[in-house]
Design a protein around this ligand. Structure first.
Ligand SMILES: NC(=O)C1=CN([C@@H]2O[C@H](COP(=O)(O)OP(=O)(O)OC[C@H]3O[C@@H](n4cnc5c(N)ncnc54)[C@H](O)[C@@H]3O)[C@@H](O)[C@H]2O)C=CC1
Ligand SMILES: O=C(O)[C@@H]1CCC=N1
Length: 271
């Protein structure tokens, strides 16, 4: 956790990873963050990290091993060119921006830039993230290992060689936490419709999703077996699952449409 890190953008995703890394012992002194003035000051005050508002604020003798872009995909074209002077063999450019391709980074930073396109998710803040990465060929094994070590401290890591799969990854695990939070909202709403007071319905929905997640994590059984363990033949769960698992209008069909919409949006964000 002694990686020299330059983090560009520290909003919801950047701070989720940063909180996870600091909790795991990343030395604040090894981190520079480029952010807007107010955010940079807050980061300095709360974490003792070097916050700057511009690449020009980074000392010449700070040679980052990783430059992590965590700004919105839409602002990257205005931001990226300022980092071209930092291209060096010992520096990996790691991007978490949805949709932004390796070709986009190479076209701005040049062919010598070592680039890893990554897709994390916000549970990284509690070290339960899922990150998928895709490297350029010039990224050394040691640099792949360094990126993997960094992201593995805040969750699980997986790699893909085929970059086009990053759109599906983004749609599944990148956006996925939002689907689960919406599931909590939908269950609470349905509980209210079934007659429960709003705050009690939310308590039950939250704890059921949290408990199911913990059980899934602790158990060696598949999700299908854990589902079957709840389902008594002819009982209440079977009645609900008849609705949720309906071939035409059930959750699998709805989820397929939702994930396809997210995947298509990821493709669009490339341009
Ligand atoms: N929020 C999420 O769950 C996930 C987000 N991502 C990706 O992470 C990136 C950031 O997303 P969020 O954190 O959600 O957005 P955000 O809006 O919370 O954070 C972006 C940050 O960039 C800062 N910023 C804007 N212009 C800047 C500049 N010129 N230099 C430095 N910082 C600047 C903003 O002040 C803001 O704090 C996006 O590319 C998104 O696709 C990836 C995976 C999951
Ligand atoms: O919604 C987005 O575009 C980003 C990428 C994955 C999660 N949040």
């Amino acid at each position: 956790m002694n990686t020299r890190l330059l983090l560009v953008g520290c909003g919801k995703m950047g701070s989720a990873m940063l909180e996870g890394w600091l909790a795991q012992g990343l030395k604040a002194d090894n981190v520079y963050i480029v952010e807007q003035a107010e955010a940079a000051e807050k980061l300095e005050a709360s974490y003792g990290i070097h916050g700057v508002t511009d690449v020009a604020g980074i000392p010449q003798d700070f040679i980052p091993q990783v430059i992590l872009f965590a700004v919105k995909p839409q602002v990257l074209p205005d931001v990226i060119d300022a980092y071209k002077p930092l291209v060096r063999a010992e520096t990996v450019f790691l991007s978490v921006a949805a949709g932004k391709t390796i070709e986009f980074f190479a076209s701005h930073l040049g062919k010598l830039a070592r680039i890893v396109r990554a897709m994390p998710n916000t549970p990284a803040a509690v070290s339960r993230g899922m990150t998928v990465m895709c490297p350029t060929e010039n990224v050394s094994i040691a640099q792949r290992d360094m990126c993997e070590t960094l992201l593995a401290t805040v969750g699980l890591v997986s790699w893909v060689e085929d970059e086009s799969l990053m759109d599906a990854v983004t749609a599944l695990s990148g956006s996925g936490p939002a689907y689960i939070f919406h599931l909590v909202e939908a269950m609470a709403q349905a509980g209210e419709t079934a007659g429960l007071p709003a705050d009690q319905a939310m308590l039950l929905a939250r704890q059921t999703v949290i408990g199911a997640g913990f059980l899934l994590d602790a158990s060696e059984e598949t999700a299908a077996t854990l589902r079957q363990n709840v389902t008594s033949p002819g009982g209440t769960t079977a009645a609900a699952l008849n609705v949720l698992m309906d071939q035409e209008n059930g959750l699998p069909e709805l989820m397929t449409r939702a994930i396809e919409a997210a995947r298509k949006r990821s493709v669009e964000l490339a341009s």
